[in-house]
Design a protein around this ligand. Structure first.
Ligand SMILES: [Zn+2]
Length: 487
């Protein structure tokens, strides 16, 4: 291909009104134009070629994991699935099609776990692909109201268009969203800290210690050995219910997770009036022991089995030490209640978490209960055969923005619009450059000949701006053609 035949508005100027570093590079490299008024990104030839090649790479990757490529022209893969899933079983459980620059997925599982396993394999395939591993790709899992969601994300600046605020651990590399499902790992547990046996339950005078920090200072214990008891209300008047959430003192409570654990439509921090109606304790000194029958206890799963905890004594200026799960208190409801915040302990290694921003490249949703779009066939027992219909999407623009932002100077091979950019230094070098163009094409590469009538310096600068992986400088007056790999 020759550059003079393509619309490539390269510009080293900073485009106005765009703050997304990836999008800025797309605009400067002549891949796209941005319409600030409508917040639309329009892909030009460079962008379209890069999108085609990048989606092609992913398509091949997903095909290896068993996703069947289809083109359904609006009908959606459901009609294909409906026809083939039952007959072809394993080989026809997952489908994708390219739709408006995105990859759109539909798949089927006989159980939630089966669908989840399949989706996890898709996420892992992308995460392990060297190009995405180099971008710092993570697979983030979270529970939503009616679905479990897996997102494929890469670190991004706050200004990225598809940026989601999250956290990451600089010590072990774990990444997540505030409401991520907490992995069950030893380091997260307060159950068996060394040197702690089962001590008797004892009252401790803790004047003014109505914060975890002050409590830890007074009793000289780490926050991980304290128990936070926080009350939340649902309903009003006659229907008022108060629940006490129990989490480790150094962790935050996720309102969303608690609301889901209680199966409530809304939830709020209990007001002093709410508390006065249900409990005898005082905020700041609440604890699970003797809180009263009117309160529902919900424990974070990491509290189960913990011993020697410091808990509120439900009276002002007093706490209890040596509290043990099972012996002194327990809770009828146990769930993952942790919200991940800056300085929360990492669920894998326990080191403090830092804030992070993730650019979501795509996500997959598996419904937690049988979905309406499940295949409606029934077996002899009258049950759905493939009731867990999951969906997913990989966003083309996010993908391009991530590759442009994080790919450094050059795009990864096979994802760039062209593999090589050929620069003839002088007009008399054009013939040699043309021959090189043909040679590289015959090798199966996608080369671009910069045949513009401008000086070589400008051409090389533009090639760098576009980030094409290899730059060939053709100079027949000296030693022939040079490959500048360090473009
Ligand atoms: Zn960690």
């Amino acid at each position: 291909m020759k550059l003079s035949q393509l619309l490539i508005p390269l510009s080293d100027k900073q485009p106005g009104k765009i703050r997304d570093a990836g999008l800025i590079r797309l605009v400067q490299g002549g891949f796209a134009v941005y319409n600030a008024k409508s917040d639309e990104i329009l892909l030009l030839p460079f962008g379209t070629l890069a999108l085609r090649r990048s989606l092609g790479k992913l398509l091949a990757l997903f095909a290896k994991t068993g996703v069947q490529p289809t083109a359904c022209f609006g009908a959606g893969p459901f009609s294909i699935a409906d026809r083939f899933v039952r007959v072809f079983g394993e080989v026809a459980r997952a489908f994708l099609e390219e739709r408006e620059g995105n990859l759109v997925f539909t798949g089927y599982g006989e159980t939630f776990a089966e669908a989840q396993t399949f989706v996890r394999a898709l996420g892992e395939a992308v995460r392990e692909e060297p190009v995405f591993a180099d971008l710092g790709c993570r697979v983030l899992e979270e529970r939503r109201d009616d679905a479990w969601r897996l997102s494929i994300a890469v670190p991004a600046q706050k200004e990225a268009r598809e940026s989601a605020p999250g956290i990451c651990c600089s010590a072990c590399g774990w990444g997540g969203l505030p409401e991520s499902i907490a992995p069950e790992e030893e380091a997260f547990s307060a159950k068996s800290a060394p040197g702690h046996g089962e001590l008797p339950l004892k009252e401790a005078h803790t004047p003014g210690a109505n914060t975890i920090a002050e409590l830890c200072r007074q009793l000289d214990v780490p926050p991980s050995r304290t128990l936070k008891t926080m009350c939340y209300s649902t309903g009003m008047g006659e229907n008022l219910r108060v629940a006490a959430a129990l989490v480790r003192g150094d962790m935050a409570i996720s309102l969303e997770k608690l609301r889901r654990a209680l199966n409530a439509s809304e939830i709020r921090r209990s007001t002093p009036e709410d508390l006065a109606r249900c409990i005898t304790g005082v905020a700041g000194y609440l604890g699970p022991i003797g809180l009263g029958e009117a309160v529902t206890l919900v424990a974070d799963s990491r509290v189960v089995g913990a011993c020697d905890l410091v808990v509120g004594a439900n009276k002002p200026d007093f706490h209890l030490t040596g509290a043990c799960w099972g012996r002194d208190f327990s809770a009828p409801f146990v769930a993952d209640l942790v919200r991940f915040e800056k300085d929360s302990p990492c669920p894998l290694c326990g080191e403090p978490l830092s804030e992070a921003n993730w650019r979501v490249l795509g996500h997959f949703d598996v419904p937690v209960s049988p979905s309406e779009t499940a295949l409606t066939c029934r077996d002899q027992a009258g049950t759905h055969s493939f009731p867990f219909a999951w969906t997913g999407c990989v966003f083309g623009i996010s993908l391009l923005s991530a590759l442009a932002e994080q790919g450094g100077e050059k795009w990864p091979e096979g994802y760039a619009p062209f593999d090589a950019w050929i620069v003839p230094v002088l007009p008399e070098d054009h013939e040699t450059a043309e021959r090189l163009l043909q040679e590289l094409s015959q090798q199966g590469l996608a080369p671009l000949l910069d045949d513009r009538e401008c000086d070589a310096e400008k051409k090389m600068a533009d090639a760098r701006l576009a980030g094409v992986p290899a730059l060939y400088l053709v100079d027949t007056t000296t030693s022939g053609k040079h490959l500048l790999t360090d473009a």
